[in-house]
Design a protein around this ligand. Structure first.
Ligand code: ADP
Ligand code: MG
Length: 351
């Protein structure tokens, strides 16, 4: 069995093409000449973090990395027993009080689960652990094992009442599908209080990216879209982002193993417990929230292109769907913002 984890490579390549650095020569006014550029590579939220910051103040990249690690260990981690999610899971069957911050995230997560008709489901925890796709023992479980766990899966098994959360007995939360997006939201909010920061692009593992503010020369932020079938992690196109936009990609190439010629990857159909095989290789979503971009890319991957369109419309989000026949389907709002870099792919309209 061959096991792959694509994230690190994707992140480094993405970083290389994400930022066009011809900034200084174009800065015409005095204020802009004082802007400094700081880049950093870090490790947080189980992935490589690439940061590029434009500021008249201090280099705050280390602080940003620390904040991401705090979100992971204090809030989202299922392994760190001090995290709020781990505590919630440990007290399934009872009512637990959580922070206002987590209660707010859970409300949006439950709404997205309902809006996607359960395609996105935060209660797949035990099923995800059973597959162990990014762990020590990735393997194909018996259908009977999956069926036994699926009875405890379902977003309706989470009850929210303000800050009080009740998980049904034996139900386990896993927020892996929105964790990096939440990380982007937290950093974006933090930057709004940092008056010296003019712009930033933050890239978590190649799959969650956000652009903040602007570059000193006002040239657009650019983000690469990975070719899901390029084993070198090469990219198939580039998307332009505005400051304030968040981008997330979910794909069957990020974490997977091959067995008997079949690709067992990390995005699961909550109805069956098996990976989603619907002809899609990846979905990239752009919108004005990290949590939603991340959650929507997972949901849209599960739903498939046609059913995903209505969900995207509801959230005012744009998307690029890459399928196994090497088509790139773009929603209307992306048509002028996507540049194809590989002629083995064909661009089509998603709508
Ligand atoms: P990545 O974490 O690589 O950015 P995604 O955002 O698509 O990718 O999230 C995939 C992760 O979400 C999986 O590793 C798993 O933890 C969890 N997950 C898998 N299937 C679902 C699903 N249908 N709904 C919600 N979470 C899921
Ligand atoms: Mg996601």
């Amino acid at each position: 069995m061959i096991k792959y984890n694509f994230n690190k490579k994707a992140a480094s390549i993405l970083t290389a093409v994400t930022i066009s650095c011809t900034v200084w020569s174009a800065a015409p006014v005095l204020a802009d000449t004082e802007v400094q550029k700081y880049t950093n590579t870090d490790f947080a939220m189980d992935t490589v973090v690439s940061e590029t910051l434009y500021t008249t103040g201090e280099d705050i990249n280390t602080e940003i990395g620390n904040k991401l690690r705090e979100i992971e260990s204090g809030l989202l981690s299922w392994t760190d027993e001090d995290s709020q999610i781990a505590k919630l899971n440990a007290s399934a069957g009872e009512t637990t009080e959580v922070s206002e911050e987590l209660a707010g995230y859970l409300a949006r997560i439950e709404q997205l689960a309902s809006d996607s008709d359960g395609a996105f489901d935060p209660t797949l925890g035990k099923v995800i652990r059973l597959w162990d796709i990014d762990g020590e023992d990735p393997h194909v479980p018996e259908t009977s094992e999956l069926d036994a766990l699926l009875k405890d899966v379902g977003y309706q098994k989470v009850t929210l009442d303000g800050n009080k959360v009740t998980l049904a007995e034996d139900t386990t939360l896993d927020l892996g599908a929105v964790g990096k997006g939440i990380g982007c939201d937290v950093i974006s909010d933090f930057l709004k209080d940092q008056k010296e920061v003019e712009g930033m692009i933050l890239n978590l593992g190649g799959s969650s990216v956000f652009a903040y503010g602007h570059k000193p020369d006002d040239s657009p932020w650019k983000v690469a879209v990975t070719d899901p079938r390029d084993t070198e992690g090469d990219y198939l196109g580039v998307i332009t982002l505005e400051g304030g936009e968040f981008l997330s990609t979910s794909g069957d190439y990020e974490k997977y193993f091959m067995e008997d010629g079949k690709r067992y990857h990390h995005i699961l159909d909550p109805k069956t417990g098996y990976p989603v095989w619907n002809g899609l290789d990846s979905v990239t979503v752009i919108c004005d929230s990290g949590l939603l971009a991340d959650g929507l890319s997972t949901a849209c991957f599960v739903l498939g292109r046609e059913d995903a369109l209505k969900l995207l419309e509801k959230y005012n989000a744009e998307a690029a769907f890459v399928d196994e026949d090497k088509n790139v389907y773009l929603t209307d709002g992306l048509k002028d913002r996507f540049e194809l870099m590989k002629n083995t792919y064909t661009v089509k309209d998603a709508e």
